[in-house]
Design a protein around this ligand. Structure first.
Ligand code: KIV
Length: 275
């Protein structure tokens, strides 16, 4: 089912690529229409990240996230936004096997959600796939450094670049994604000097997460920066404490219900319906 929407008022991948060296790119994750509506006026890119597996669905990692889940949330974010470029993650298992499998997954995401680009976690072996998709009309964002979908190989979520071999590998991954035509590259969990080297080396804007201010833009998991959880990674600044706000509000509501002290509007509604 096709969901093509008018994207003429949205940021385009060309706008993002052109921002390199000019304006920092503001990116946040979004998974639902109401949150997309709140973020849209402020963000250049809304990423429907497969982190939704953990943030929304209570999974332990992104490995269990399916293409159908990504499409469902991608559609919601497209409905809730009108200005930002919307990028949808290709989940684990939906693009690694072959170019053809990647094409089927990415084209489904593009057609069914109406989003403008997809993101893949791009080890060196995925660069060919990026080129294959870009050549056929699908803009692709790369993702190097800490790659959450590889957590079972890495033995957890680990920052990258501690050894020379690891550092060289991250640099090669970024160069490969850039040469393959990625319009932007997420750089996750690397030290400041590596982020600086990658950013100066590649043509595409780098979007950092836990990778210092040396990147061309930044992304955070929105629920982390809004303080929805007790724990957040060390590099995340908590701009609000929404978890506490919700807890206080729900606590007050529970007290009202128990004390039968409903607010006046609710009483009026009951009166209107029964009169
Ligand atoms: O899945 C995700 O949300 C991501 C970002 C954190 C970069 O990949």
């Amino acid at each position: 089912m096709s969901a093509q929407t008018d994207t003429s008022k949205r940021k385009s991948v060309r706008d993002i690529a052109a921002a390199k060296g000019k304006a920092p790119v503001v990116c946040l994750t979004a998974y639902t229409a109401p949150m997309a509506r709140l973020l849209d006026p402020h963000a250049d890119i809304l990423l429907v990240g497969d982190s939704l597996g953990m943030v929304i669905h209570g999974l332990n990692s992104t490995v269990g996230v399916t293409l159908d889940m990504m499409i469902l949330h991608g559609k919601a974010v497209m409905r809730g936004s009108s200005k930002a470029l919307v990028v949808v993650d290709l989940p684990f298992g939906s693009y690694e096997e072959s170019h053809e499998v990647a094409w089927r997954s990415a084209s489904r995401v593009m057609m069914e959600t109406g989003c403008q680009a997809v993101k893949v976690e791009s080890g060196e072996g995925i660069a060919d796939t990026i080129a294959f998709l870009v050549d056929r009309g699908i803009p692709v964002m790369g993702h190097v450094g800490l790659r959450p979908q590889a957590m079972n190989v890495d033995g957890g979520f680990r920052a990258k670049g501690r050894t020379k071999a690891e550092r060289d590998r991250v640099l090669r991954e970024a160069l490969a994604a850039d040469r393959a035509g990625a319009f932007a590259i997420v750089v996750e969990g690397v030290a400041e000097d590596i982020a600086a080297e990658i950013s100066s080396m590649v043509r595409a804007p780098t979007i950092g997460i836990g990778a210092s201010a040396q990147c061309d833009g930044q992304i955070l998991v929105t629920d982390d920066m809004l303080g929805m959880f007790d724990w957040t990674p060390k590099f995340v600044r908590r701009y609000a404490e929404l978890g506490q706000v919700i807890d206080q509000a729900v606590c007050q509501y529970a007290e009202d219900v128990k004390a039968r002290t409903f607010p006046a509007e609710a009483e009026t509604y009951v009166l209107k319906r029964t009169s």
